[in-house]
Design a protein. Structure first.
Lengths: 308, 291, 417
């Protein structure tokens, strides 16, 4: 049964990637840019889904981890001129530390309390960046001298490749033994412990993985955009968009996050002519999805299959 | 002199924030909902109040009244259009409904904020003070309006406290927050209870919004900050506790004011955030919380 | 049965995605090559930002009505960046690569303009800001001319704003009212750093000793501690540098009856709606502005204000004047250059000598410390200082355009006469 499911999913995914890979041949540079941003967001959403869908930890501030990775990479590149790969690695380490810091209260708090901690983490990071504006560029942000590429097509392929690789890894993790244990500990930690699983260790792993992916993507995003600022990377509204993308796509499906992110970014661009009201319409749409299709786009498809 | 200034200066604004927080905490205590559209509701009341007072010439009292009604209406809309459908939805598993409600109210809050910005721009507005002029209180020059606001807020909070702790309705509310099923068994209609709580909340948020407009001024850009403020206070004070919110509002408020006066106005929000982190780590249920 | 349903749903999902992408591509497609496209990036939810785009559109229509530029019409394409630097950058990229704009006008927020500036350099497209006043904008042009020469600042730079305030203080506050000292109060933002630095330098030279310098968090809503702190020093005047806030400090200043007058730069106080927004608390507030209704800084000022007000229902904000002028300036530059080639356009723009709605506009050159910003000084652009009185903005400086006398509300206690 499951193999049937994954093969259908596999074919669907392969088709998606194949189509996406050839899009640069006829899409304009601007649209490619929008999709590239969508792909990076997709990784954010997938990493978030791993933490929420599986470990059951609601992270209202995914941008805390993203911001740590992004700003560390940006500051190193700006101040010391380190090459991009080193900066990204530093960003990963910094996000990992942040993730473990967040994990500590997570082990003791349930539900909305943990969510509040994650929100406070974002606020603290935001304030810290504004206060130490001398080093971080404050609200204006920083421009980094190095960018991944000036060509829209190249950036697009980097983004697509990155998303695909992350999707494969994250999806693989979610379907592995570790993923199942995570899901069990997320939904019923007491029973999971009773069955002998080390819930704490697995939760810490989930946080670390989510942090690594978030930090890495954040750092890469900085080198794609050429700037790092509070408004682009850390603001609560960005976190909200990530959560919406994951929920829209379908929680616990991992891949749904990618779908949701591309759809969300695409929809807000299509609605751009509405001007100010486009945020309103996108939020209203997302709200409608939550009310009427809580399983999200992909979740709906997958659930039907599993119900048999 | 400085000490007196600090004491008097923060008093009214703290009472105002406490008022907003009390409504917020009641909703959580009884309905189990962390309403992230809270700031939006306050600002709706403020902007509609300002609009009615000015454009329609209703004057400060008329405007205030209409503003409060607008707050009430928005609270109902939030409950009936967003919260209740999610809570009742069969497609969402019980353990996850809290998260969905949270995300739902967040989205609703964003919708309110963008709609307000579209109609009114994000420029802050103020309502004419209900009692103009200043008096000197203990050597500190204080606007009369500020004193009135402090008095009104304390009165209302006092009334709410009495309602929750001493009246029958209040006891029903408390019981609903502790054991909803038990309450149903006793023959109480839960949906009625929820409506009552949201009504109280709507009036409190509406009043807080209108008073804020006449005291400091506010606009659609402030909605997020107001929500963040309310839930910081509520977390520190204890989710579900009226007296906790009052205590926390003053604690957080005086911390901020002391920072602004003695350290630097730029660092104002920092101590409150640190306090929040400490409370969450050391005593997650808040200073006076029950859960 | 069920498998067909799943396949159907999957196809639906795929279909939605592909349609979205196709729609994206179609919706962003460009039209004919004939008109000259100018991208205008504004902030529709703020009074100033919305004025920016409206004024540009009005200018384009006027130019087209008179035959366009060398027979080609000007097409203005507007974008809303929602006050976000990231969206500003994206709008810029879209304007250039998708909508084929040859020039982009944009934003009154320094944060946004500073983020776009490197992209103007990377994509080699002239980029003019009609409202962002940070010093860094022209400084970057000076420091790396070859890359950054595409950016122009068509508004009074922060340092010149401060100089204007100092010149006003010297002529009026010191010479007329014999005030001796001041406290500088500004929001902690990018544009106020050079502003404050210049204040601290030129105010003493104008005759006002600076007793304290307060920078507050732009998210402040409660200004009582700040006003109390200022009052303790007993200054004769408060010199402001505020833009992100305006209504709230003014209302609180009035309600608390702080006995010290406020002057300086309060951007929100320049809006026509400020009196209404503050319910009259603006009475007595002095601020510098690009222009004042009813005052003819140039022969074009009054007509512009009247046309704009008639068309849009409210008077233009300060960046509306510049945005309007810049569309004309760009049109003239294209005529001078004989083409829309970016490097030729930059050269032509540098030769701008245009009498606009707020003064005579020329840009500083490569050898000046702040390249490509508007020149400041008598005969060029000086700005106007106004005071709110009885619901109206009254011009009080420079003397040759002043149409009223300064009058302070009753709670102000002016010191030594």
């Amino acid at each position: 049964m499951r193999s049937l499911l994954s093969s259908r999913l596999l074919w669907g995914a392969l088709v998606f990637v194949a189509v996406a890979a050839v899009l640069p041949l006829w899409l304009s540079a601007y649209v490619l840019g929008v999709l590239t941003a969508g792909y990076y967001f997709g990784v954010f959403a997938m990493a978030w889904d791993l933490l929420f869908g599986f470990a059951g930890e609601v992270n209202f501030g995914p941008t805390f981890l993203i911001g740590l990775g992004a700003y560390t990479a940006a500051m190193l590149n700006n101040r010391f001129g380190l090459a991009i790969p080193w900066c990204v690695m530093a960003g990963i380490v910094s996000a990992l530390i942040g993730g473990l810091l967040l994990a500590m209260p997570a082990l003791r708090l349930r539900g909305p309390y943990f969510g509040l901690v994650t929100l406070v983490a974002v606020l603290l990071l935001q304030n810290a960046i504004v206060i130490f504006a001398g080093v971080t560029g404050g609200e204006i942000g920083m421009t980094v001298p190095d960018v991944l590429s000036l060509s829209a097509a190249t950036n697009y392929w980097y983004g697509l490749a990155f998303m695909v690789i992350c999707a494969v890894i994250l999806f693989g993790l979610s379907r592995s033994a570790m993923g199942l244990i995570l899901q069990a500990s997320g939904q019923d930690p007491i029973e999971a412990r009773a069955l002998g699983f080390n819930v704490t260790k697995h939760k810490l792993m989930a946080f670390s993985i989510s942090a690594v992916f978030a930090g890495m993507t954040g750092a890469l995003l900085v080198f794609y955009m050429g700037t790092a600022s509070v408004g682009t990377l850390i603001d609560i509204s960005i976190g909200v968009q990530i959560i919406i993308a994951a929920v829209l796509g379908g929680r616990r499906s991992i891949l749904g996050g990618a779908l949701g992110a591309v759809f969300l970014i695409g929809a807000s661009e299509v609605l751009r002519p509405l001007g100010q009201l486009n945020t309103f319409v996108v939020s209203a749409l997302a709200l409608a999805v939550i009310l009427f299709f809580p399983d999200g786009l992909l979740g709906h498809v997958l659930r039907r299959r599993e119900a048999q | 002199m400085l000490a007196r200034q600090i004491l008097i200066d923060g008093f009214a604004i703290r009472a105002l924030y406490a008022l907003g927080a009390v409504g917020f905490t009641l909703i959580f205590g009884v309905s189990g909902v962390l309403n992230l559209a809270h700031g939006g509701i306050m600002v709706i009341a403020a902007l509609i109040g300002w609009f009615t007072a000015g454009e329609f010439g209703a004057g400060p009292y008329g405007g205030a009244l209409v503003g409060i009604l607008a707050g009430l209406a928005s609270a109902y809309a939030t409950y009936l259009l967003v919260v209740r459908p999610i809570q009742r939805s069969r497609a969402i598993p019980k353990e996850e409904s809290e998260i969905f409600v949270l995300t739902g109210t967040l989205l609703w809050g964003i919708m309110i904020q963008t709609a307000l910005a579209y109609k009114f721009t994000d420029n802050p507005v103020t309502m004419r003070p209900i009692l103009p002029g200043v008096v000197t209180l203990g050597g500190v020059r204080t606007p009369r309006n500020e004193i009135m606001i402090a008095v009104v807020c304390w009165l209302v909070i006092g009334l709410v406290w009495l309602l929750v702790n001493r009246t029958r309705t209040g006891k029903t509310l408390l019981a609903a927050s502790m054991n909803p099923r038990g309450l149903t068994l006793l023959g109480f209609e839960l949906s009625r209870v929820h409506l009552v709580v949201w009504s109280i909340y709507g009036v409190l948020a509406g009043l807080a919004g209108v008073l804020l407009a006449s005291f400091l001024g506010t606009g659609s850009g402030n909605a997020g900050q107001l929500t963040a403020s309310a839930f910081s206070i509520v977390v520190v004070g204890g989710l579900g506790s009226v007296s906790g919110s009052l205590l926390a509002a003053y604690l957080v408020g005086y911390l901020e004011t002391l920072t602004a006066y003695l350290i630097a106005p730029t660092l104002r929000p920092i101590p409150a955030l640190i306090l929040l982190v400490l409370v969450v780590y050391i005593r997650p249920q808040g200073l006076l919380g029950r859960r | 049965m069920c498998s067909r349903k799943t396949a159907f749903r999957s196809t639906c999902v795929a279909g939605i995605l592909l349609t979205t992408i196709a729609c994206l591509n179609a919706c962003s497609g460009s039209t004919t090559k004939d008109p000259i496209r100018i991208g205008v990036i504004g902030e529709e939810s703020s009074v100033a930002g919305a004025s920016l785009t409206k004024a540009a559109m009005m200018a384009a229509e006027e130019i087209n009505a008179k035959g366009g530029v060398n027979g080609r019409s000007i097409q203005v394409i507007t974008y809303d960046n929602h006050s976000s630097a990231a969206e500003g950058v994206r709008a810029f990229q879209r304007a250039v690569s998708d909508d084929k704009a040859v020039v982009v006008l944009g934003s009154y927020l320094s944060e946004v303009v500073l983020a776009i500036e490197p992209w103007a350099a990377r994509m080699r497209v002239p980029f003019i800001t009609p409202g962002a006043s940070s010093n860094d904008i022209p400084k970057r042009v000076h420091d790396d001319y070859e890359h950054n020469k595409y950016t122009f600042q068509a508004t009074t730079m922060s340092e010149f704003v401060a100089q204007s305030v100092c010149d006003f203080s010297h002529d009026v506050l010191v010479k007329q009212f014999h005030l001796k000292n001041a406290v500088v109060m500004s929001e902690d933002a990018a544009w106020t750093k050079p502003l404050d630095a210049r204040y601290l330098d030129c105010l003493p030279k104008a005759g006002l000793e600076v007793m304290d310098h307060i920078r507050f968090n732009p998210d402040t809503t409660d200004f009582t501690p700040i006003f109390n702190q200022i009052e303790r020093k007993h200054p004769d005047v408060i010199i402001t540098g505020i833009s992100h806030v305006g209504v709230q400090p003014t209302v609180q200043w009035h309600d608390q009856q702080v006995p010290i007058p406020m002057a300086g730069q309060s951007s929100q106080a320049t809006n026509g709606t400020f009196w209404k927004d503050t319910n009259g608390a603006a009475d007595g507030v002095i601020t510098r502005n690009t222009a004042v209704p009813g005052v003819a800084l140039t022969p074009k000022t009054i007509a512009f204000v009247e046309d704009y007000t008639k068309r849009y229902g409210l008077p233009p904000a300060y960046c509306g004047y510049s945005s309007y002028d810049m569309v004309y300036v760009v049109a003239e530059a294209i005529k001078r250059a004989g083409s829309t080639d970016p490097d030729k356009l930059v050269e032509a723009l540098e030769q701008t000598d245009y009498i606009g709605t707020s003064g005579r506009e020329q840009f500083y050159g490569r050898d000046d410390p702040f390249t490509h910003t508007l020149k400041y000084g008598p005969g060029l652009i000086t700005g106007v200082h106004l005071q709110w009185q009885n619901g109206k903005q009254v011009a009080i400086w420079p003397a040759d355009v002043a149409n009223g006398k300064i009058a302070f509300p009753s709670f102000i206690k002016l010191s030594a006469k």
